[in-house]
Write a protein that binds this ligand. Structure first.
Ligand code: CP
Length: 321
C-alpha cells in the first residue's frame, strides 16, 4: 500500500480487518518492520485520537515518530501555483512537502475543509499537492472529504463485536450541532459501509433531515430515509454524527425536533450498539444517558483507532522493505 486516503486504496478489506484484529492480539509482532523508519505526522487542525493512536501504532511497529503542528508551529503555506508570494504566506507547499519527504519514510496529513467553496474542498487540492510533492507514501489523518483511519476502526469495531450469523443493520444517523462540521467522517463511514454492504457484511441505512443529503458519490447502494425513527427499527449499530449541508454547502440548516438519540429511541432497535467518532458534545449531539449507558461502544471504538492505524502502517512498511 503506497497511499491510504480512502477505501479505494485498500486491495483486500478482509485482510486489513484481519491484520488489525491480529495486531490487537499481538501488538509487537512486527516491531522489526519499522526499524530505522520515520513517520512524520503533519497536523493543520486539532486532534486527540488520531494523533495519539497513530503515534502509538508507529511505536508498536518500531518506527521513530515526528509530529509537526503546521497550523501553530510551521510557516504559513501557499498552495496556489503562479502567485507572487508577497502576502501572508511564507513557504510554498512544493518546497514544504518535498522537504518533509526528505526526513520521513511515511507521512500522515490532517487538513480540514474550509467549508466555503464546495468544489475547492472536494477537489482535495491541498491533499493531492502534498502527496505529489512529498514523494513518500501518505496516510490520511482526515482530509477535506474523508477520514479513512476512523472508518477502518469503525468497521473493525463492528466486525469484532458482531457475533450473529445474519448481517447486522448499521444506521448512520445525523445528529444536531451548533457548528458547521465537515462531511468527512460521514462521507468516509458511508463509503466504507457501502463497500461492506457490497461484500455482504452488513445492511446500511442513512437517516438525515431534508437538506443534509451527502454526496451520492459516497452512498452507492445505501438505504436513505428522512425519518430517524423509521431507520432505527431493528438497528444493530447506530453511528451518530453531525455534518453540515452538502447541498447548501457548509450551512447549518433548520431541522425538525427529535434528532438527538436517547434511550427511548433505542426501544425499537435490536438493543443497538451506539458509535461516535468523538469528540462529541454531550446532550447536544448525543445524550449523556446513552454515552454513560450499556449501549455505547464509543471508547472501545476509539481504542480500535490504534489497531486500524497499525494495520495500515504495517502494510505500508511492508511495501518499503
Ligand atoms: N475521531 C477523531 O479523529 O478524533 P480526533 O479529531 O481527536 O483525532
Amino acid at each position: 500500500m503506497n497511499q491510504f486516503t480512502s477505501v479505494h486504496d485498500v486491495q483486500d478489506i478482509s485482510q486489513l480487518l484481519k491484520d488489525a484484529l491480529a495486531l490487537k492480539e499481538n501488538p509487537y509482532a512486527f516491531k522489526h518492520l519499522g526499524e530505522n523508519k520515520t513517520l512524520g505526522l503533519v497536523f493543520l487542525n486539532p486532534s486527540l485520537r488520531t494523533r495519539l493512536s497513530t503515534q502509538k501504532a508507529a511505536l508498536n511497529l518500531g518506527m521513530t515518530v515526528m509530529v509537526m503542528n503546521m497550523d501553530k508551529e510551521g510557516w504559513a503555506l501557499e498552495t496556489q501555483d503562479g502567485v507572487v508570494m508577497n502576502g501572508t504566506t511564507v513557504e510554498h507547499i512544493r518546497e514544504a512537502a518535498a522537504v518533509m519527504g526528505q526526513y520521513c519514510d511515511i507521512l500522515g496529513l490532517r487538513s480540514f475543509p474550509k467549508l466555503v467553496n464546495r468544489e475547492e474542498d472536494y477537489s482535495e487540492d491541498f491533499f493531492n499537492k502534498f502527496m505529489k510533492y512529498c514523494q513518500v507514501p501518505v496516510v490520511s489523518l482526515e482530509s477535506a472529504t474523508r477520514h479513512p483511519l476512523q472508518s477502518l476502526a469503525d468497521l473493525v469495531t463492528i466486525k469484532e463485536t458482531w457475533k450473529d450469523d445474519r448481517r447486522p443493520k448499521v444506521v448512520l444517523a445525523w445528529a444536531p450541532h451548533i457548528k458547521a462540521l465537515p462531511q468527512a467522517v460521514p462521507n468516509s463511514f458511508a463509503e466504507w459501509m457501502c463497500k461492506a454492504q457490497q461484500d455482504g457484511m452488513i445492511d446500511f441505512t442513512i437517516a438525515q433531515p431534508k437538506g443534509y443529503e451527502l454526496s451520492e458519490d459516497f452512498t452507492p447502494g445505501a438505504e436513505i430515509t428522512y425519518s430517524l425513527d423509521e431507520a432505527l427499527i431493528n438497528a444493530d449499530y447506530i453511528y451518530v454524527k453531525n455534518w453540515s449541508s452538502y447541498k447548501e454547502y457548509g450551512k447549518v440548516l433548520t431541522y425538525p425536533e427529535g434528532w438527538m438519540l436517547n434511550n427511548d429511541k433505542l426501544k425499537v432497535t435490536n438493543d443497538a450498539k451506539v458509535m461516535h467518532c468523538l469528540p462529541v458534545r454531550r446532550d447536544l449531539e448525543l445524550s449523556s444517558e446513552i454515552l454513560d449507558g450499556p449501549n455505547s461502544i464509543v471508547i472501545h471504538e476509539a481504542g480500535n483507532r490504534l489497531w486500524a492505524a497499525q494495520a495500515v502502517l504495517k502494510q505500508m512498511l511492508e511495501g518499503l522493505q
